[in-house]
Design a protein around this ligand. Structure first.
Ligand SMILES: NC(=O)c1ccc[n+]([C@@H]2O[C@H](COP(=O)([O-])OP(=O)(O)OC[C@H]3O[C@@H](n4cnc5c(N)ncnc54)[C@H](O)[C@@H]3O)[C@@H](O)[C@H]2O)c1
Length: 358
């Protein structure tokens, strides 16, 4: 039986979803697509041979999908997600981030639990082979005590990127380099490093005219004692430079690199025998288009989970998407307060997901 899926949001990232859905035609039936932009939705409906709607509620009422794939601006994930789970009682596959506020994200998790619905956030970089290797090495204790994790990405997003859609770079709908591009790296830090104890951050808007930041630098103390840092920027010029995640443990070290943690730049373990057993070469990748190249693998895995409940460890299901959002909100909160923020905390000053765009 094919899974009956509705796609809501036919913008840039949905172009990837479109290709994936075509490739998964034997497993998924796209029953309809929705977008407030008639031109986009008609284009997608034609490509996917299904009905077009400009109102997602109409789409759900008329076509009765089992799952909704949500690819609208980030600030709408919480609001539309609440309706999909709470009102229409459909499973939800949502593009990252799960929501922009912790309150909305927790509400989505709560509704999915209450109605026994599947809620999956698309953090496709978790499926990158080098990230899976890092997770395995840490989980098996091969690094021993982890003492340091750092994530830095130096990407280039010029004013024309931010001007390409009104929601980009706004606090209410998007956030800046950390929340939009950096949420993959925030996710990697907590996925690999565990719970956060406190954070301290500074941020600024340097090379573009947007309300949110294009550079944030943060220090993270993990509950297990490890010290971490994050440098999130879209202000590298004139083009993307690189991204890197560095992990140091008492018995070894790992560096993930490339542009989106798609490369294994370094792995050294004190136990030579462990290194041999890991078959490290099987985890090396060199994809031609590093940004989003694991979307297909992740999406297919999510579809399998939706169909028969078989899950891969790396899927971010329900609650799994909360810690990275908490880290992001905590870093913003610290930058706004001008001091360290200890977890758990009440976001009082962060503007992410809030109306005030000042
Ligand atoms: N996983 C990734 O690596 C990745 C990459 C890019 C974007 N994203 C996420 O995907 C989401 C969309 O980003 P994008 O770059 O495609 O944005 P986009 O602006 O290109 O597309 C968003 C689409 O949603 C539509 N839309 C807006 N309000 C709507 C509504 N109420 N109902 C239906 N459609 C509506 C818009 O008309 C637009 O076509 C964001 O949350 C972003 O963070 C994830």
């Amino acid at each position: 039986m094919k899974l009956r899926l509705a796609l809501v949001g036919c913008g840039k990232v949905a172009e990837r979803h479109l290709k994936i859905l075509k490739a998964l035609a034997d497993e998924v039936e796209v029953v309809g697509v929705a977008d407030v932009n008639p031109e986009r939705v008609n284009l997608f409906a034609k490509e996917l041979n299904c009905k077009a709607y400009t109102d997602f509620r109409e789409l759900i009422k008329k076509e009765d999908p089992e799952v909704v794939d949500l690819a609208v601006p980030s600030g709408l994930h919480g609001k539309i997600g609440v309706e999909i789970l709470g009102r229409f009682k459909k499973h939800l596959l949502v593009e990252k981030p799960l929501a922009l506020t912790l309150r909305e994200a927790n509400k989505l998790v709560e509704l999915s639990q209450k109605y026994n619905l599947k809620l999956i956030t698309i953090f496709q970089n978790r499926a990158n082979l080098p990230v899976r290797l890092a997770k395995k090495v840490i989980s098996e204790g091969l690094l021993g005590r982890v003492i340091h994790l750092s994530a830095q990405f130096y990407w280039c997003r010029t004013q024309s990127y931010y001007d390409s859609a009104a929601w980009r770079g706004t606090w209410e709908q998007d956030g800046g380099a950390l929340a939009q591009q950096g949420c993959h790296f925030a996710d990697a830090l907590v996925y690999l490093g565990g719970e956060v104890e406190s954070v301290f951050a500074k941020m600024g808007t340097y090379l573009v005219n947007i309300p949110a930041e294009d550079l944030l630098v943060g220090v993270i103390k993990f509950k297990n004692g490890a010290l971490g840092t994050i440098t999130a920027t879209t202000a590298a010029r004139p083009k993307d430079i690189k991204a890197e995640v560095v992990i140091l443990g008492e018995k070894g070290s790992i560096i993930l690199g490339g542009f989106a943690m798609e490369k294994l730049n370094h792995l050294a373990l004190a136990e030579a025998e462990a290194l041999q057993r890991l078959n490290v070469d099987e985890f090396r990748e060199n994809p031609p288009h590093p940004l989003g190249y694991s979307h297909f693998t992740y999406y297919r895995t999510a579809i399998k989970f939706l169909k028969d409940g078989a899950r891969e460890d790396y899927l971010a299901i329900g609650q799994d998407a909360i810690p990275s959002l908490e880290l992001i909100v905590g870093l913003y909160e610290s930058a706004e307060r001008g001091k360290e923020v200890k977890f758990p905390f009440r976001p009082l000053k962060t503007k992410l997901g809030r109306k005030n765009n000042a």
